[in-house]
Design a protein around this ligand. Structure first.
Ligand code: GLY
Ligand code: MN
Ligand code: MN
Length: 434
């Protein structure tokens, strides 16, 4: 049995049962679907890649703790829409002790769920399944005094699974390193090939082609390929403007590899040489980013690291002449937010903005300390709007972000995306190599 599932069974205990559904396909338009993306919690526990499945996990059943309900084999459907694992595949390839056609879920549910104190299930995600479970519970309550024994406590399993997902196993770290390598190599390719006159979409195509060609299932999120002042739009995804000599190009692109995301940003000059004002802003962001990577270690908290990014960027903005006044006041009055308006990073894993709590208390007051096994991004940036009358004109329209993916270890951290350089001189050297 998959280690994740074993750990989960141990965590919920013998008086519990869990119902964990897979995702469904989502209609894109008319009779066409979006590319299927498995529910990450379901995938984490089972590894099962198909839609319309349900896992029932029963730790007190020693012989058959793991039941999967799956789509049945169906030659006609498989000819039209693709192969299915079916009952046999669920058992043979995914370790299910028992497997049933998904249509049998409702009739089997009472047999599986009755006799447990607690049911782990998340309401509010899958309306049809919610209805089936509510129908079962209300039906059983009527019979309760006689023979039935439905669970009396319902617990959302999300927090438990998300806390498990937050701490990566060695096997997960290997997959994340592979995802990071593919994305890093795609960024290197872009640095080597970008030229004035190219279009942003050509850079997108080049990078995404490289990712697919190297085994990624696709991108981890919509790639941001922003030339010139498009780089000042945080979630710019149109990617359809011509790249101009003298402008910077901000690329935020990551790969999805065997479920795991990478998330890298690099900013570099389209023509291969930073101008002085671009370089000045770049170095402020880079120094902040390096210091924040250093601070991503056991003992420090997420809040401390964010405050460090604010402090260093605010100092930098003063040096550049973007802000005036005492650093303390500028921070207190949140003046920095005009040019630095996002967090310095997030958890990374099966989701690009991955699961796990950022606080140690329910009121979200106490920031969580970093601990070995967490993977986080480090991504400070400065974005100076093109029409910002307060900024020195030489800086207007400059947007810079630098982002790496960092694993917290026992004695510091490991930068999973160090392969793609961020040193301005090295970037210029790489871009101008014949
Ligand atoms: N690419 C999404 C992010 O950096 O958070
Ligand atoms: Mn990110
Ligand atoms: Mn990113």
């Amino acid at each position: 049995m998959r280690q994740q599932l074993k750990n989960f069974m141990e965590a919920i205990g013998k008086d519990s049962i869990a119902i964990i559904p897979a995702a469904h396909e989502v209609t894109r338009s008319y009779d066409t679907e979006f590319k299927f993306h498995q529910d990450p919690d379901f995938y984490y526990l089972t590894g099962f890649p198909e839609p319309d499945a349900i896992a029932v996990i029963n730790p007190s059943n020693k012989k058959n703790p793991f039941t999967l309900f799956v789509r049945s084999r169906d030659p006609l459907m498989e000819t039209w829409y693709g192969r299915r694992e079916g009952i046999d595949g669920a058992k043979k390839n995914y370790g299910a002790d028992k497997a049933f056609p998904i249509e049998k879920f409702e009739s089997e549910m009472a047999k599986l769920v009755n006799g447990h104190e607690k049911l782990y299930y998340r309401f509010g995600v899958d309306t049809k399944l919610d209805q089936q479970i509510l129908h079962y519970l209300s039906g059983q309550r009527i019979r309760r005094l006689k023979t039935a024994y439905p669970p009396h406590t319902i617990i959302d399993p999300t927090i438990l699974i998300h806390e498990m997902r937050l701490f990566k196993t060695d096997e997960e770290i290997d997959l994340m390193q592979k995802s990071a390598d593919i994305a890093a190599e795609a960024h290197i390719l872009a640095m080597q090939n970008v030229k004035p006159g190219m279009n942003e979409y050509q850079v997108e195509a080049m990078m995404e082609s490289y990712m697919r060609d190297n085994g990624a299932s696709g991108v981890a999120y919509n790639s941001i390929i922003g030339g010139g002042d498009n780089a000042t739009i945080l979630h710019y995804v149109e990617n359809n403007a011509e790249l101009k000599d003298g402008d910077l190009l901000l690329i935020d692109a990551g790969a999805q590899y065997k479920g795991y995301a990478s998330d890298i940003t690099r900013t570099f000059p389209v023509g291969g040489k930073f101008t002085k004002p671009q370089r000045d802003v770049y170095d402020v962001v880079l120094e902040t980013q390096i210091a924040c990577i250093e601070a991503t270690k056991k003992g420090n908290t997420i809040k401390q690291r964010h405050e460090l990014s604010i402090e260093l960027l605010t100092e930098g903005m003063k040096k550049l002449g973007l802000l005036k006044g005492k650093t303390k006041d500028l921070i207190k009055k949140k003046k920095f937010m005009k040019y630095y308006m996002h967090g310095v990073g997030h958890y990374l894993g099966l989701d690009v903005h991955d699961a796990g709590r950022y606080f140690t208390d329910a009121k979200a007051k106490n920031s969580r300390p970093f601990a070995p096994g967490m993977v986080l991004t480090v991504e400070p940036g400065l974005y100076i709007p093109p029409d910002d009358k307060d900024a020195p004109s030489k800086y207007r329209g400059i947007g810079i972000r630098i982002e790496d993916d960092v694993l917290v270890t026992e004695d510091g951290n490991l930068n999973l995306t160090a392969k793609v350089t961020k040193d301005a001189d090295e970037i210029e050297e790489l871009m101008n190599k014949k």
